[in-house]
Ligand binder design. Structure first.
Ligand code: FAD
Length: 291
């Protein structure tokens, strides 16, 4: 398993190619604050070397800070790759329309690449680079305990991963726990009334999903992991001692501190948790995709 933390400027964007938007659908309810869209893209590169868990690079037009002709951002591929009717590789990404607050002026600005992507419509084209980074690989042994912890668009790589595990290496799954956190129930992607397709490809005997919502569903509020994770704390802590247990974490950076806090409590002391986590990471049993 890989544990890559690379700066955006380090990615190789020398080779780019075109993709065409086949569909763009909002996958959060209209009443949800967050707009997350699933984009289906046909890639104009027959040998597109995509592997499970990788991200693609999007080159959004517009002058960037260091003189580049574009703004480069990464997006996880949200499904297993397939071929479109014209025989071109077809991928899906799920994009949250972001905005950010300028700390000096207090003004809110739209995120550049996410708004560009969310505004694209069928038949529009865009420039891609990559794919990059093999974030998640199935555990090496069979009947493993697989624990997925994600927030928001962090569900995208998990969706492809879970589908791959059950469709192509079912023997790897002893049990699979998915902890998924969101600001509100309306923002639980692929697991809400509007779109609940997670249920189509797991096996009920081994799969369990636990959702955690923010107690105060505002933009930078922490997710209420306490209930979802802490309620199963003892079992989870015992599972971490089992060498067949693999933890995969995906979503926004603040998750790292939120999870460290919870796991420090389970461990009894922050230092004990940091030592445990370092061992798990060194053994490829704790893998993070945080952005
Ligand atoms: C390996 C990797 C995989 C990624 N996969 C996805 C993905 O599958 N879907 C996705 O939407 N984004 C994903 N991202 C984040 C994405 O690359 C962009 O950072 C994001 O879309 C914001 O870019 P922007 O140009 O719109 O915003 P910018 O103009 O760069 O502004 C950034 C602001 O948006 C916030 N922000 C960044 N990402 C998110 C997010 N997903 N949800 C909420 N707030 C965010 C930042 O904290 C910051 O305040 C991934 C990043 C990495 C490194």
């Amino acid at each position: 398993m890989t544990q890559a933390r690379t700066r955006l400027a380090d990615y190789d964007t020398a080779q780019t190619y075109t993709a065409t938007v086949v569909a763009s659908e909002r996958i959060t309810a209209d009443t949800a604050d967050a707009e997350v869209r699933e984009l289906v893209l046909d890639v104009d590169r027959p040998d597109f070397p995509y592997k499970l868990g990788q991200s693609i690079g999007v080159l959004a037009p517009g002058q960037a800070a260091f003189g580049q002709e574009h703004h480069f951002r990464l997006y996880s591929v949200a499904d297993l790759p397939e071929l479109g009717p014209a025989g071109r590789p077809r991928i899906k990404i799920c994009v949250r329309r972001c905005s950010y607050i300028d700390h000096h002026s207090g003004e809110e600005y739209p995120g550049i690449a996410s708004n560009y992507l969310c505004d694209l419509r069928p038949d529009d084209t865009l420039q891609l680079a990559g794919p990059y980074g093999l974030a998640f690989e199935p555990p090496p042994e069979n009947a493993a305990n697989i624990i997925l912890i994600g927030t928001g668009t962090g569900i995208a790589p998990f969706r492809a991963f879970v589908k791959h595990l059950y469709a192509e290496c079912r023997e790897k799954v002893g049990r699979l726990w998915l902890f998924y956190g969101a600001r509100s129930g309306l923002e639980l992607l692929y697991m809400n009334d509007h779109r609940n397709d997670f249920t189509q490809y797991y096996d009920e005997a081994t799969f369990e999903a636990f959702t955690a919502l923010s107690p105060r569903p505002n933009w930078a509020d922490p997710i209420g992991w306490d209930q979802a994770i802490a309620e199963r704390g003892e079992e989870l802590w015992n599972l971490l001692a089992d060498i067949r247990t693999y933890v995969y974490v995906a979503g926004l950076e603040p998750m790292r501190d939120e999870l460290d806090k919870i796991f420090s409590t389970l461990a009894g002391h922050p230092d004990r948790w940091q030592r445990r986590k370092a061992e798990l990471m060194a053994g490829g049993r704790w893998v993070e995709l945080l952005y």
